[in-house]
Design a protein around this ligand. Structure first.
Ligand SMILES: Nc1ncnc2c1ncn2[C@@H]1O[C@H](COP(=O)(O)OP(=O)(O)OP(=O)(O)O)[C@@H](O)[C@H]1O
Ligand SMILES: [Mg+2]
Length: 343
């Protein structure tokens, strides 16, 4: 068996295969620090809330963090920021470890293969993804896995473009980042990330309208449409403006980054958009329109959104892990056949 894991700024999601079904386990990549008090203790011991105690503090992690933050009027914190482990968060590593243990569980056997997503280096910030990638590798290795990083954009290609010979442009619009990958026959010819995504949209819209960021995020995730028909001056109006700005920025960078030498002539490229930020109605239509207007050096056969935008990176990592596992097994069987033929 093998597993896939999406390591995201907002969500940690694992994928494994059970028969014909892909099973996902998801937790928010978030935690809250509470003062140790009898009430918290009672609440924690009575439920299956993920938490640890440290001195006079209690840390509630994952999906429950937000509930506890609301009850105790505290802010949630995140181990990751802009796609990678946050350098501003001193508890980042112990917290993400705890959530990962719940999301990926124990390996089925020592050294089980696990492919985890990592972003490409961003072109618009000097953040390096190397430390993040190596740290995750070591955390997952300590848990008993044999981990392997896979580029997040490439995971989208594995998940959504198998029927197209793993050829196309895959874009994951996440919370902290947007990851872009152009692949021909499972070979990535261009990969980059930009350090903007849903968090950036929320922060900008909050600043523009003088609204708390959490309120903006809730409005966005709850029935927001990209139809630009109403709400001038309101939160939805501001969200629309920054959504448009993000898409323009992504398209502009695709135009800049694609090297014409890498483009196969005469081949129409399908485009798949995914990630939580691609969820609102109207997103793929808007992106299609923006691509059409841009001067990109390859022809696009169509733009579609993944069926389950939150799960495609985890699924793609699983597809890659299982296909490598299949190849390994085939090689081993071949070697065994050859050995027995020699006898
Ligand atoms: N229904 C929705 N409408 C709009 N935005 C949504 C919706 N659901 C989730 N989001 C946004 O999607 C983002 C989370 O998406 P996703 O889980 O793909 O990101 P991530 O993988 O955790 O982050 P990253 O890849 O950037 O590290 C958040 O910004 C969240 O607010
Ligand atoms: Mg992501």
């Amino acid at each position: 068996m093998a597993k896939g894991l999406d390591v995201g700024t907002m969500n940690l999601i694992s994928a494994r295969q059970e028969g014909a079904e892909t099973v996902f386990v998801q937790q928010r990549n978030s935690f809250v620090e509470l003062d140790y008090s009898d009430m918290a203790d009672q609440m924690l011991s009575r439920s299956d809330v993920l938490h640890i105690k440290k001195g006079d503090k209690v840390y509630v992690v994952g999906d429950d963090a937000l509930n506890f933050a609301n009850i105790f009027n505290r802010e949630t914190r995140r181990p990751m920021k802009a796609g990678i482990l946050s350098s501003d968060e001193k508890s980042a590593i112990p917290m993400i470890k705890l959530i990962l243990q719940q999301v990926v569980d124990e390996p089925q056997h020592p050294g089980e293969r696990l492919f985890f997503s990592t972003p490409a280096d961003p072109i618009d910030s000097d953040l390096s993804t190397l430390y993040h990638q190596k740290t995750l590798e070591s955390i997952l290795g300590d848990m008993g896995y044999d981990p392997e990083p896979i580029n997040e954009g490439m995971a989208v290609i594995y998940s959504e473009l198998a029927e197209n010979d793993f050829t196309g442009l895959g874009i994951s619009f996440g919370a902290g980042m947007t990851n872009v990958c152009l692949s021909y026959y499972a070979v990535p010819v261009m990969r980059f990330s930009i350090a903007r995504g849903g968090d950036w949209i929320d922060e900008q819209a909050a600043r523009a309208t003088g609204t708390p960021v959490d309120k903006v995020t809730t409005t966005k995730e709850d029935d927001f449409h990209l139809d630009f028909t109403s709400d001038v001056g309101g939160i939805e109006g501001a969200l629309g403006i920054y959504y448009e700005n993000l898409l323009d920025y992504v398209v502009e960078n695709v135009v800049e980054e694609v090297d014409e030498e890498d483009v196969e002539e005469g081949l129409d490229v399908p485009v798949v958009v995914t990630g939580g930020t691609a969820s609102p109605d109207g997103f793929e239509g808007l992106f299609r329109e923006r691509l059409r207007e841009a001067d990109i050096p390859f022809s696009v056969s169509g733009v579609r959104r993944a069926r389950e935008p939150l799960y495609s990176v985890a699924r793609g990592a699983l597809v890659a892990a299982r296909s490598e596992e299949g190849e390994r097994e085939a090689e081993e069987a071949e070697a065994a056949d050859a050995a027995s033929a020699e006898e």
